[in-house]
Ligand binder design. Sequence first.
Ligand code: AP5
Length: 222
Amino acid sequence: MSELNLILLGPPGAGKGTQAERLRGDFNLPYLATGDMLRAHVKEGSELGQKAKEFMDAGDLVPDELIIAMLLEKIDAEGDDGFLLDGFPRTVPQADALDRAIADRSRRLTAALLIDAPDEVLVRRISGRRVAQSGRVYHVDSNPPEVDGVDDEDGSPLIIRDDDKPETVKNRLETYHRQTVPLIEYYESRGILQRFDGTRPPTEVHDHVRATLATLRLEERL
Ligand code: AP5
């Protein structure tokens, strides 16, 4: 079976992490999420974490030169048989760097999966998001834990992400429109963009993505 090299693209709160959790199980793919990697660096107080924190807390993007090296190292370490990228690329220079790195390794991207939703939906989503230590994502209304405030899996307390404060969310959305939206055209012009309606319930979005990937694999074999 051919490898799947996938990018999850979309605004903050569209449901990329929620879908990634499901797709990883479906396709047994290494999941490389730059936001999670950066939060781990911040938590351990590494040099990269210290540099990244101020950008993240402000809702700005971390500079390309810090992100690109971190991500390409991860692909080399864990992504030999395919990968699911979440949160990368987010700028045209990041997309160019990924293109070059993939071509150098005689590989190609299978698809850029765009999960989209209007800003007012995203703001509601983010304000109700609660996150477990394991990375599992809940929502107080649409996807609540069995017991209020704790993870279903290990009972640890759920937290609100530092960058989910309303004033930061506004800047994250503006940053997305300014710096990441150009990637929609970038991947569309390369013929690998697939669009999904992120306002649909999570299971529906998941079914649609899975069906699309199954079709892509079938077409590849023809
Ligand atoms: P990152 O962690 O990547 O955050 P993001 O892209 O802003 O995305 P989110 O994690 O907020 O949203 P999501 O789409 O995963 O939604 P989720 O599934 O949680 O980045 C954080 C920061 O790191 C950036 O701001 C930047 O500073 C830095 N950074 C990261 N990568 C970088 C890069 N490449 N370059 C530079 N800087 C970088 O869902 C949201 C909520 O909605 C949840 O509560 C969920 O339960 C609920 N929900 C999900 N789907 C549905 C649905 N279909 N219906 C109803 N509710 C739903």
